[in-house]
Ligand binder design. Structure first.
Ligand SMILES: [Zn+2]
Length: 130
C-alpha cells in the first residue's frame, strides 16, 4: 500500500483520489462505470421551504478520527487518559461534502486500518510516563 498523507481531501479537492485509480492498491480503476466502495461524508444545507438540500459554499466539511482521553483531574477513568489526538481524514472541504473511493472492500478496510493505525500512533506519542 502507498504511504497515506492525511488529510486525503481538503479545501477544493473534495474527491479522492484525483486520478481514477484506487489510491490504496494502485492497481484497479475507480469511478463510474467501475465497481467501487465509497466513504461519503458531509452535510446538506437544507432549505426548509422547499424541504431540499445540497452542498453549499456556506459549509466546510470535515471527517476526523479522534481519541479523547479521560480527564483525570475530574475523576475520569479509561486508557490513555489526559491524551487528545486526532487524524484529520478530510479537512475544510469547500461545499461541505467529500467522497473517498476504493476499488474493493479490501482496499476500503486497508484505508480504515491505516487511519486507525495513525490515530493509535498519535495516542501513543501523547502518552506521558508510559
Ligand atoms: Zn484497490
Amino acid at each position: 500500500m502507498k504511504t497515506l498523507y492525511f488529510p486525503v481531501t481538503q479545501k477544493k479537492q473534495s474527491e479522492w483520489p484525483e486520478q481514477p485509480i484506487c489510491p490504496i492498491c494502485g492497481q484497479n480503476p475507480v469511478f463510474d462505470p467501475h465497481s467501487m466502495a465509497v466513504i461519503n461524508a458531509g452535510a446538506l444545507l437544507v432549505d426548509s421551504r422547499s424541504n431540499s438540500g445540497g452542498p453549499s459554499n456556506r459549509l466546510e466539511g470535515f471527517l476526523d478520527l479522534t481519541w479523547h482521553g479521560a480527564h483525570t483531574n475530574e475523576g475520569g477513568k479509561g486508557v490513555a487518559p489526559d491524551t487528545y489526538a486526532t487524524v484529520s481524514v478530510a479537512k475544510d472541504i469547500l461545499g461541505g461534502q467529500t467522497s473517498l473511493h476504493f476499488c474493493s472492500i479490501k482496499c476500503l478496510r486497508s484505508f480504515l486500518n491505516a487511519a486507525v493505525d495513525e490515530l493509535e500512533a498519535k495516542v501513543k506519542q501523547g502518552l506521558h510516563g508510559v
